[in-house]
Design a protein around this ligand. Sequence first.
Ligand SMILES: [Zn+2]
Length: 368
Amino acid sequence: MNVETISLTPGPMGGTRDLTVYRFGQPGARPRVYIQGGLHADEAPGMLVGFALRDHLARLEAEGAIHGEILLVPVANPIGLDQGVAGGSAGRFEATTGQNFNRDFPDAAQLALLQDDSPPQGDCVSTLRKRMLAGLDALAPMTQLAALQRALLRLAISADIVIDMHCDSEATTHLYCHSEQVDRAAGFGHAVNAGVVLHARLQGGASFDEACALPWSAFRDRWPGTAIPLACFAVTLEWRGMLDTDPATAENDAEAVVAWLAAQDVLSAKAATACERSVAVAPLAGVEVVTAPRSGLFLATALPGTQVIAGTVLGQLRCLPDGELHVLRASTDGLLYAREQTRIVRSGAELFFIAGQTPIRHGMLLST
Ligand SMILES: [Zn+2]
């Protein structure tokens, strides 16, 4: 295990801030895998799985069992980790700008084309990866957040596989991916016991997984006559809910990731997993978001992981200030995969998420 420290520049006004990367396997070996947790710094499950993975990978490396190269960043957001309000953590949005840490990553394709927009010759994947790296190197971040985003994307942009680990509010495990990669994502979803894989050609927020996968789609559009693969398999993996943090769960999750990596020929492990497509798959545009019509007290009854149909009662809202009772129902058939965990909610709050099969939304498909 090689431990690398990356200084983020610019850092805080008071000095410097570092990012720690754990490297396993031979530098330059393929497949190259990049895994991170805690980009939303108030989500503990991804960081816990990250540290459990570090232990597994260190052991496997000592056994000579890692064939590819793996870069692991269990704590991807030291800025957000430091943020808090009145005793609570506040790691989803950067405090000085209000920006979601997992939105608006740089467009590596655009940066690559600024470096060199000639048609790629020979090994186009390798050529375009080099151009993207050069493009990111040429950026001069002006803020802490821009420095962090560039550093993370630099680590991931040359990878064959990118796994960005998060969690939802209260939820069953689920994944987000590009529609073209849904079969492989469904195999991964099966391995990690996910309830559903949500896919879109464009989620709309320039989140981390999109920042890694979409440049390849942009290169294809730029050179339609050249056979350019979607050379980076990138997913956002939501490990259940915020409070699902018992040690056994993180350990099991890490083992599931290791088993899947074995099936991808990244490493050898005793329990390589079968990757059949047995997990539910749904278009991200088919997700029904049930919102609060008024502010109130949220009585949640339907549990994540429940299959619902249009009309199913999901819970109630005791509206404020008058106490009027409002029944919350599904309008879509599908899997209820996530729900809000706070119980005093504002008007418009997103309370339930149901993965339906029929597209009903367009534009920005991610929550704020
Ligand atoms: Zn998150």
